[in-house]
Design a protein around this ligand. Structure first.
Ligand SMILES: NC(=O)c1ccc[n+]([C@@H]2O[C@H](COP(=O)([O-])OP(=O)(O)OC[C@H]3O[C@@H](n4cnc5c(N)ncnc54)[C@H](OP(=O)(O)O)[C@@H]3O)[C@@H](O)[C@H]2O)c1
Length: 361
């Protein structure tokens, strides 16, 4: 009998759901045993449901092809076949909040890709290398939900992963002001060039809601757990512009930063190359060996060349130099659907298992 934890993917037919299916194929700890989606997909096999809309360049894994898609709203039924679920659904915020809480209340941990619970005070929003300590808030959440095993944990927005890791490694120098402009891939909108031909030869200077998330979510990541709630940090002051650019995958950011204690360029490069987080210490299966990679070449990182570094789970930086208005400027890059979406959520689940929060039922 398999020793792997049984996992369900709620929203498994969608773009992020397909990434979960891809990443979990042959995963050493987790095995997909259930896939759920809207009532329209329920009852079909997974292959029937996605064959005309499979968006990835690897084939649909054999192990999931014949799984019969379940109706995600039949919570007890889906939850009874799994130890925990990933969730990535396109529904109104209140409905997602209710759906995720319903799964958690059955005693089933929910690792969510959705933004619905990112500001629920007792729900941890985690980048495993940065704030694994926020998992301690789960105890308070379990009390509120009336369960000893279920809970919800979420990942932050994909945009922030292109600059927050690099800034985090420099927190000892107290960054006070950050200006970040993000150049974001079309897969972040769940699209490719066939779905969105207007993006060819084009740049769109607006992504709804993205700038607020990009400015506020880092403060929650850098916040602290107090009395069963995550309290956001009060600094640095972050301002952003988020721009949609014609690339398939990969969010690139240009970043300006001012510090209280200005480091030297050598200090910064050393902190980036030395940075290790809890996933590296624990040797989690999806953890990049080198979380932050600095490129010396002046024309790197490039979205197309460098987004897949460390299987899309690493972060690239380059072009570090002093600035005439700020202390330093640099460029950052991360893969939005791997580190920024499904891969980031799988890493959270691995951390939750390693820390004892997710177990076989
Ligand atoms: N795309 C990205 O890069 C990205 C990055 C970060 C976060 N996200 C977030 O991840 C979530 C999913 O995004 P996506 O791009 O994967 O969306 P998507 O491709 O539109 O897929 C949506 C999924 O939700 C399911 N769904 C829709 N209505 C439902 C309902 N009433 N009940 C149950 N399931 C329902 C769909 O099932 P059917 O196939 O049956 O319709 C499908 O599985 C969203 O919250 C999005 O904001 C996306």
């Amino acid at each position: 009998m398999s020793q792997k934890l049984k996992v369900g993917i709620v929203g498994g037919t969608g773009m992020v759901g397909q990434r979960f299916v891809q990443l979990l194929d042959q995963h050493p700890w987790f095995e997909v045993t259930a896939i759920a989606a809207s009532a329209g997909s329920a009852g079909k096999t997974y292959v029937e449901s996605v064959q005309n809309r499979w968006k990835l360049d690897t084939p649909i894994p054999e192990a999931v092809k014949n799984i019969v898609v379940q109706d995600a709203s039949k919570v007890e039924e889906v939850a009874s076949g799994v130890d925990f679920v990933f969730c990535a659904v396109d529904m109104p915020k209140k409905e997602i909040q209710a759906l995720e809480e319903a799964y958690a209340k059955t005693g089933t941990p929910v690792v969510s890709n959705n933004s619905a619970h990112r500001w629920t005070p007792d729900v941890p929003m985690v980048i495993p290398e940065i704030n694994p300590d926020h998992l301690e808030v789960i105890e308070a959440q379990r009390k509120r939900l009336g369960t000893t095993t279920g809970f919800i944990a979420v990942k932050p927005n994909c945009s922030i992963q292109s600059y927050v890791p690099a800034l985090h490694a420099l927190r000892e120098f107290n960054p006070t002001t950050v200006v970040a402009s993000t150049y974001q891939a079309i897969s972040g909108a769940g699209k490719n060039f066939t779905d969105w031909p207007d993006m060819l030869d084009n740049v769109i200077p607006y992504i709804g809601g993205e700038e607020e998330k990009s400015e506020q979510e880092p403060l929650r990541i850098w916040g602290s757990v107090e009395n069963g709630e995550v309290v956001k940090a009060s600094s640095p002051h972050i301002t952003t512009q988020c721009i949609r650019v014609p690339v398939t995958d990969g969010h690139l950011a240009t970043v300006f930063v001012k510090f209280d204690n200005k480091p030297s360029k050598e200090d910064i490069l050393a902190r980036w190359s030395e940075f290790q987080g809890r996933p590296q210490e624990l040797g989690l299966p999806s953890a990049p060996k080198q979380f932050i990679t600095y490129f010396e070449e002046e024309n790197r990182p490039q979205t197309k060349l460098d987004r897949d570094i460390e299987k899309g789970m690493g972060v690239s930086v380059g072009r570090l130099r002093e600035d005439s208005l700020y202390d330093f400027k640099f460029v950052g890059l991360s893969h939005n659907t791997l580190r920024g979406a499904a891969g980031g959520a799988v890493l959270i689940a691995e951390l939750l298992k390693a820390e004892g929060y997710i177990q076989a039922k």
